[in-house]
Ligand binder design. Structure first.
Ligand code: CMC
Length: 433
């Protein structure tokens, strides 16, 4: 059966069924309006596919996440973040010479106009790092202008080489901006580092190197960071990635699209949850570890409090990233010799929720953000920077989706609506109202 029949006003119409590689099935409604004059209504796009994509496969019922066919478990265990970035963006794991070339190209672009430091300096010290990162990413456009888009020079005609050059610029400059945002908050000098020492190695060095001290790389920190970045690298059509795709669909540049993605990620229902989780766990700790009180609040519909780091739009069994991160949190704390009581509170809260009918009946499980903050905290990253670290990890995913959309010549994103406002009214002058 490759079509579905719908009956409307006593007429029957056929709509085609589309199937994906893993048998996910959808109704193609592109002809629905022209055939029936109907649109579909789906606030929050809870059951709407916005595109076909070859990048990431996610089976929320069975807790499966794969990048380009590779399981998240094997990538997190074995791969480097830059390999994963290459995989997501270009479709296959890189050969050695391909990875070397990417690394060198990134290093060649690891420069930012010094004037950008003036923009950074103009932000108040109290400004949230996500707002600064989004603004600086957008400001990069001014220092890296593209040739004017004209009718004969639209994105549709842009070559793979143009896309590649734009992509390596972003892969080089975002980690530098992230380290600058972090260092400025700490009053430290700003640096560029050297990506030829390893992409993640350079990120940790740029963030943590202290003035007048020989930098000694801590492999526990590098490995933990590598794993976290891989686990965050893509998650198909989530809020920020859909934002990147919809902004990019108007032929806005990659930098502009990613800047919008960073803003979308900021909210606490999305990437901002990692900061909110630690704030929640700290609040519980300061409240004598009274977990039961917060469970009651989370279930009370008249209380706006939600258990942060719990629940997910698509995972209705478990979030495979959360499983990996929970184990990693234990290992990192042990390796760094840290005893953080917050971890014990998190584990007790998780246990309590997983035994509670409210959470089990709604299939609410810990998500990627529940334990990630505990690792970031152990790595000495301030909580306001947690979502910035998520953004850093998500950059390859955003790029991969933007590139896929461009190469597919996807149409501009433009949903419809059901209008529920006033019917036609005559304008009345202010004196007659
Ligand atoms: N605490 C208490 N109740 C919850 C929670 C929670 N964390 N999450 C969902 N619910 C309830 C919700 O009130 C609703 O109950 P009812 O059916 O009685 O009205 C039911 O579960 C379904 O929730 P929903 O809000 O309709 O589900 P959604 O798919 O629209 O929202 C979510 C998904 C992630 C926004 C939501 O679960 C949430 O707010 N979680 C806390 C924030 C969080 O951890 N976000 C990070 C998501 S993972 C990282 C990422 O990729 O962004």
């Amino acid at each position: 059966m490759n079509k579905i029949e719908i009956k409307h006003n006593n007429e029957v119409f056929d709509l085609p069924i589309v199937k994906g590689t893993e048998n996910e099935t959808g109704i193609n409604i592109q002809q629905l309006r022209s055939k029936t004059n109907l649109i579909t209504l789906d606030p929050g796009f809870k059951n709407t596919g916005s595109c076909k994509s070859s990048i990431t496969f996610l089976d929320g019922e069975n807790g499966i996440l794969r990048y380009r066919g590779y399981s998240i478990e094997s990538l997190a265990k074995n791969a480097s973040f830059l390999e994963v970035a290459y995989l997501l963006i270009f479709g296959d794991l890189p050969l050695k010479n391909e990875l070397d070339k990417l690394t060198n190209d990134i290093q060649d672009n690891a420069i930012i106009d010094e004037d950008l430091k003036k923009i950074l300096d103009s932000f108040p010290r109290s400004a949230h790092p996500m707002g600064i990162l989004s603004s600086l990413t957008s400001a990069l456009i001014a220092f890296n202008p593209e040739k004017k888009i004209s009718l004969s020079n639209s994105y549709k005609n842009k070559s793979e080489i143009f896309l590649y050059n734009t992509i390596v610029k972003l892969l080089a400059k975002i980690p530098i901006l992230v380290s600058w945002v972090h260092r400025r908050r700490k009053g430290l000098s700003l640096d560029y580092g050297d990506f030829r020492n390893g992409y993640v190695e350079n990120i940790t060095r740029m963030m943590f190197q202290l003035p007048n001290q020989t930098y000694v790389q801590n492999n526990v920190v590098v490995n933990a960071m590598n794993k976290l970045l891989i686990l965050h690298a893509d998650h198909e059509q989530n809020c920020s990635t859909s934002t990147v795709r919809i902004v990019g669909s108007s032929e806005a540049s990659l930098f502009a699209s990613v800047s919008a993605g960073i803003s979308a990620l900021w909210g606490r229902l999305h990437g901002g949850a990692n900061q909110a989780v630690i704030e929640m766990l700290e609040a519980i700790k300061n409240d004598n570890g009274d977990i039961k009180k917060y469970m009651i609040k989370a279930k009370d519909k008249s209380d706006p409090f939600r258990l942060m780091g719990f629940g997910h739009r698509v995972y209705k069994n478990f979030d495979p990233r959360a499983k990996i991160i929970k184990i990693a949190a234990h290992e990192v704390l042990k390796d760094l010799g840290i005893n953080d009581p917050i971890l014990e509170i998190a584990k007790s809260l998780e246990k309590e929720a997983l035994d509670d009918e409210y959470f089990t009946s709604r299939k609410l499980y810990p998500n990627v953000d529940f334990y990630s903050g505990i690792i970031y905290k152990a790595l000495n990253i301030p909580k306001e920077m947690f979502t910035v670290m998520f953004a850093l990890g998500r950059v390859p995913g955003w790029i991969a989706h933007w590139r896929e959309m461009r190469l597919n010549n996807d149409p501009i994103g433009r949903p419809r609506q059901i209008y529920i406002g006033e019917e036609f009214r005559e304008y009345k002058k202010i004196s007659e109202r």
